[in-house]
Ligand binder design. Structure first.
Ligand code: GLP
Length: 633
């Protein structure tokens, strides 16, 4: 792997960024395979440290492929997994024992006796000894040659939550609330997520001869930036890897997006001053100095690393006006275009005045979280709006909600289905998978919530589609696999509507998430329409529902919301009752989804205000897909 270039001044750990996760894992898998083979040639064994979570899944797929197609043998490999939930049996669907078997061990030739995973099912009084034995076994095997790591949003490695010391060893730990929230969907509700886990310590990990920390998707961008660029601290255990002499961060572009080299490229080198970069740096300067765009002076540029820009494109006044106008032109109260108006500088075309609009929502609620007010406006302006829910969202319904609904039905006298559901809920306990019947029941709950929510945006039931894409119906969280049938279902819908506008999300999401999978279904489906005349006239708008808004300089359509629209938006989101208190993107401070969404939109309005533009209550924002890197249009 090549060394990082000189411009990565801010980075305290070698970091390599790949266009996407699949390219990244190919390189890591190749290096692991070479190392295994080298040991084989010497007749020696190789010790591999393994991780769980969705992050290493593509790496394991690649290793399995190499085993099948390239004859890579794991006969000389001994593995040690990082961690396991405490208090669950290895046959539990979410145990890391089962995960590892399903993702890797069942598909390669590593002898059973060489597989080591911390035991989660030992009695509490035996944990200490079991942990010590685990450490001793690693040592007896000669130590770990290569350790694979993911990273949690708390900055944990393994289950070393904030507060774990750099010298900690394998032990029992209490899980952070944010970690438990992130696992809530896997376990069908936060209360089912174990409170404790057994994990290798930071010190155990630091003893590995080589470490690869992998991270994909935007949800990891902040924690990656802190681990790579800030001083090491106990509150972010991954940052201790900075002291390792042979540790590498392997990232995709989304998880690397907060690194200084990507976010503020002018601070680490001599970038080409494209209009986009100029807009980015000027808006950044304005916000940093707390000065509206039009008040920036040459000196502000010169003193903040932007003298080259102001020399090339200045003086400041002209540059300020240019950027101000660009930002100004993103604002529109007419997200479907304003009929009978000059649209030269508007984000959307005036014609056709009545557009066919298709909103694709990966799970029920993504749509309203990001664009409830925009949806209401599109409907109010007479556009033909269809909202398609791509997946049923049934996996996100906690058992208590199903129980609540079944109880209600029972009381109302509809006993057949209700009793079946109640019986299953009672029998299955907290830890087993839902039957197809229960999943369907849960999906009906979400359909009803979605209908109630859209009604608040003025949409009638006939405008709503439920696609129930097979990848979701057949899958589990973190392990979804998209197939042709998904793409075919999406293509049929697009072909039927032939939209003028599509709103979609998920292009930079964690590749294993429902949002990212849904986006890849969309991307594959839309490709087949690229030469259709209607598609040439179709604008694809990206929205974000995952708690992370677009950066201000990226926004291409900013739809302001009045105070009343903000209230209505909160109401629309609130209709998703099964999702209250349990969004994975929820902060540990327990604020509800609607509060977070509204706060985000208010935050955007504050930024526009600070830049010196009009002061609105809140703003929903969008970016055109054509301008996002890698888009086919
Ligand atoms: C769990 C695991 C970690 C993993 C983390 C991130 O907490 N114990 O080892 O890195 O999840 O999960 P994901 O890769 O799904 O984002």
């Amino acid at each position: 792997m090549s060394e990082p270039s000189g411009q990565e001044l801010y980075e305290r750990i070698p970091t390599k960024v790949f266009e996407d996760a699949s390219l990244a894992v190919c390189e890591v898998a190749k290096e692991i395979a070479e190392a295994i083979r080298a040991r084989q040639a010497e007749g020696k064994s190789f010790v591999l440290g393994l991780a769980t979570g969705s992050t290493p899944v593509p790496l394991y797929r690649e290793l399995v492929r190499m085993h099948r197609e390239e004859g890579l043998s794991f006969a000389n490999v001994t593995s040690f997994n990082l961690d396991e939930y405490f208090g669950i049996e290895s046959r539990h669907p979410e145990s890391y024992h089962r995960f590892m078997r399903e993702q890797l061990f069942d598909h390669i030739d590593m002898p059973e006796a060489q597989i080591n995973i911390p035991q989660g099912a030992v009695a509490r009084e035996e944990v200490f000894e079991a942990c010590q034995a685990y450490e001793e076994k690693i040592e007896a095997c000669g130590g770990i040659d290569v350790q694979i790591l993911g990273i949690g949003r708390t900055g944990h490695i393994g289950f070393n939550e904030p507060g774990s010391g750099p010298h900690s060893r394998t032990r029992l730990v209490t899980l952070d609330r944010l970690t438990r929230l992130d696992a809530a969907r896997d376990f069908q509700g936060e209360h089912n997520v174990p409170r404790y886990a057994v994990t290798m310590g930071v010190g155990t990990i630091m003893d590995a001869r080589k470490v690869y920390l992998l991270a994909w998707g935007r949800s990891k961008a902040e924690v990656i930036k802190a681990a790579v660029e800030d001083a090491p601290v106990e509150s972010l255990p991954a940052s201790f890897l900075q002291a390792h002499s042979n540790a590498y961060f392997i990232l995709d572009t989304a998880s690397a997006s907060e690194l200084t080299r990507n976010k503020y490229p002018w601070l680490v080198g001599f970038p080409e001053w494209t209009p986009e970069l100029a807009r980015e740096s000027v808006t950044h300067l304005s916000l940093k100095l707390g000065k509206p765009l039009l008040k920036l002076v040459d000196k502000d540029y010169q003193e903040n690393g932007l003298s080259e820009l102001v020399t090339e494109q200045g003086p400041a006044y002209g540059l300020n006006i240019r950027v101000f106008n660009e930002v100004q032109h993103t604002i529109t109260g007419w997200p479907g275009g304003k009929p009978d108006a000059d649209d030269t500088y508007r984000p959307e075309r005036a014609l056709p005045a009545r557009k066919r609009v298709l909103v694709l929502s990966p799970e029920p609620q993504d749509d309203v979280l990001a664009m409830a007010a925009t949806l209401s406006r599109l409907v109010a302006h007479g556009h033909e709006v269809t909202v398609a829910y791509l997946t049923s969202g049934s996996l996100g319904v906690p058992d208590e909600e199903a129980n609540w609904a079944a109880d209600l039905m029972l009381e109302a006298g509809d006993s057949a289905i209700a009793s079946d559901v109640l019986r299953e809920l009672e029998e299955k306990g907290a830890f087993s998978e839902d039957s197809p019947r229960l999943r369907t029941f849960k999906s009906y709950l979400r359909r009803n919530e979605a209908r109630a929510s859209l009604e608040m945006c003025g949409l009638s039931k006939s405008c709503i589609r439920f696609l129930d894409l097979p990848f979701y119906e057949k899958g589990r969280y973190r392990r979804f696999e998209v197939g042709e049938e998904d793409v075919a279902a999406m293509s049929r819908l697009i072909d039927e509507i032939k939209p003028h506008q599509i709103f979609v999300t998920g292009e930079a999401a964690d590749p294993s998430s429902v949002q990212a999978k849904s986006f890849s279904v969309f991307e594959n489906a839309i490709r087949s329409f690229s030469s259709e005349p209607w598609y040439k006239d179709c604008y694809v708008w990206l929205y974000r529902s995952d708690g992370r808004e677009w950066d201000i300089h990226q926004v291409e359509m900013a739809v302001p919301c009045s105070p009343d629209e903000v209230k209505a938006k909160a109401q629309a989101i609130y209709q998703h009752r099964s999702q209250r208190s349990q969004l994975p993107s929820m902060n540990a401070d327990q604020s509800e989804a609607w509060e977070q969404a509204v706060e985000r939109n208010r935050g955007t309005a504050v930024l526009y205000d600070k830049l010196g533009l009009a002061e609105y209550e809140a703003i929903e924002c969008f970016v055109r897909w054509s301008t996002v890197k890698g888009a086919s249009k």
